[in-house]
Design a protein around this ligand. Structure first.
Ligand SMILES: Cc1ncc(COP(=O)(O)O)c(C=O)c1O
Length: 463
């Protein structure tokens, strides 16, 4: 039996150093990588992926606890998604967006049916950043207002307005492409910007801060408030009680649109179709991408409320994309919705999160002094690592690189040595495996993390 199939469709065995060298040479020779100093990286060549696992060319197996970039919700090689793409490619691989297309319209219908009360239509994009760009354009064009409020400790994508809205270091070198974006602080009870001592207090004070900011910026100038419903890469912040409802109320009071960025948390990640559904709020616009079709073919979009949709009934919307609603991507999306329902994905995410992950992380927090806090929902969690529980000094400084990041890099290396590919961000190990993961594999991955946390403990300086 072969280990993997190569680019020419030929069966190959692991351990072929020539094949691996070729991939590395071509990559280092010709590929320009994201977010990197090109001479300081050495991307690992991956030969094969299957379900929740991937293998390098030496045959080393990794359990993927990051769902690639938190998009591989149904794992590698799901037969129903593969078949849907193959069938679509054979019957109509592409059609430009001005035509009506069955795969596109079926997916739009299914997404609207699973969305908030008052959801009316979907504009499809090629990914998450574009979804943000279009949500903002819809908000600005429909409201006639320009300003956008977004949070610190957020990521919204790397294109013009999306990177300006981003509230973390990836924005810095790109400041300021869109001059009408203002940042505010959201709740983060563990490191409260508001000296709050309980989640309830954090929620209340974060809302008071937001209201002041709205008043000082001028409600009449603000088109939308944008938030990641549960913040992703910047720390898995589950909103404290009343916060999202409070943002909704402020939006209503000041006639501002509420945009939930669900690019990372949409489509089952938190045990709901969309994360906002766990908090009983109805946004006006919702961005999605990634998990909509597990990233088999790039796809993103915006779910649009009736109110915003109606602004463009007799007036043309000024925007579009050549590949809006690409049939290959949409066919994979339709198949993905089928799989979610046939395999009870939403219910199993809830169950595994509550029954397996939450108690095990509580156990790890009790066992390892370096664990400052664990937080999350469904199959989306963060383990925040500290040097000292009392002072909460992070294991490595904010935005650390090089030597300063060494302690955290050692923890990540221990995970990889143990056969787990973690979602590593800042001073946090984040947990986001494919949603089809078996209980056995989930426990196996958490066991590897347990071992790796001993490395974090070795740096602990607290009492
Ligand atoms: C919350 C959120 N919004 C937007 C984006 C941007 O998506 P993309 O990289 O597909 O443009 C990301 C990507 O990680 C994200 O996590």
């Amino acid at each position: 039996m072969s280990d993997y199939i190569d680019l020419n469709g030929e069966e190959q065995s692991f351990g072929d150093t020539d094949a691996q060298r070729q991939v590395r040479e071509n990559d280092r020779g010709y590929v320009f990588h994201s977010w990197s100093a090109q001479d300081q990286i050495n991307p690992l060549p991956i030969a094969k992926g299957e379900g929740v696992r991937m293998w390098d060319y030496d045959g080393k197996e990794y359990l993927d606890f990051s769902s690639q970039l938190v998009y591989l919700n149904l794992g590698h090689g799901h037969p129903k998604l593969v078949k849907a793409i193959q069938d679509q490619a054979a019957r109509l691989a592409t059609i430009q967006p001005a035509f009506a297309n069955d795969a596109r319209s079926e997916l739009a219908k299914r997404i609207v049916e699973r969305s908030f009360d008052g959801a009316r239509s979907v504009f499809f994009t090629n990914g998450g950043a574009e979804a943000i760009e279009y949500a903002v354009r819809l908000a600005r064009q429909s409201s006639g207002k320009r300003k956008i409020l977004s949070r610190y400790r957020s990521y919204h994508g790397s294109t013009g307005t999306a990177i300006t809205m981003t509230g973390e270091p990836r924005r810095w070198a790109n400041d300021v492409i869109d001059g009408e974006v203002v940042h505010f602080f959201g709740p983060y009870a563990y490191r409260s910007a508001f000296w709050a001592e309980t989640p309830e207090e954090e929620s209340k004070r974060a809302l008071e801060h937001l209201e002041q900011q709205i008043q000082l910026e001028g409600p009449g100038t603000i088109a939308a408030i944008v938030l990641e419903t549960i913040t992703g890469t910047n720390g898995v912040f589950v909103p404290p009680p009343g916060y999202l409802e409070g943002v909704r109320a402020l939006c209503d009071q000041y006639d501002i649109l509420m945009i939930c960025d669900e690019v990372m948390v949409g489509f089952g990640r938190t045990g709901e179709w969309f994360a906002y559904q766990g908090f009983g709020v109805n946004p006006d616009l919702v961005t999605f991408a990634k998990g909509v079709n597990s990233g088999y073919v790039p796809l993103g979009g915006v779910v649009i409320s009736e109110k915003v949709h109606d602004a463009f009934r007799t007036r043309a919307f000024p925007g579009g994309l050549t590949y809006s609603g690409h049939p290959l991507a949409c066919a994979a999306g339709v198949a993905s919705v089928d799989v979610f329902e046939e395999e009870g994905i939403i219910e199993r995410v809830r169950d595994l999160g509550e029954r397996v992950v939450a108690p095990r992380l509580a156990e790890l927090a009790a066992k390892h002094p370096s664990v400052g806090e664990v937080r999350g929902k469904g199959l989306f969690w963060a383990i925040e690592l500290v040097l000292d529980r009392e002072t909460r000094e992070p294991l490595i400084p904010f935005n650390a690189a090089g030597e300063a990041a060494a302690p955290f890099n050692a923890v990540v290396a221990a995970c990889k040595d143990g056969g787990l590919w973690p979602f590593a961000a800042g001073n946090r190990l984040q947990i986001a495996p494919p949603l089809i993961i078996s209980e056995e594999d989930l426990v196996k991955g958490l066991d590897i993390i347990d071992e790796a946390l001993s490395v974090a403990d070795s740096y602990y300086t607290g009492k």
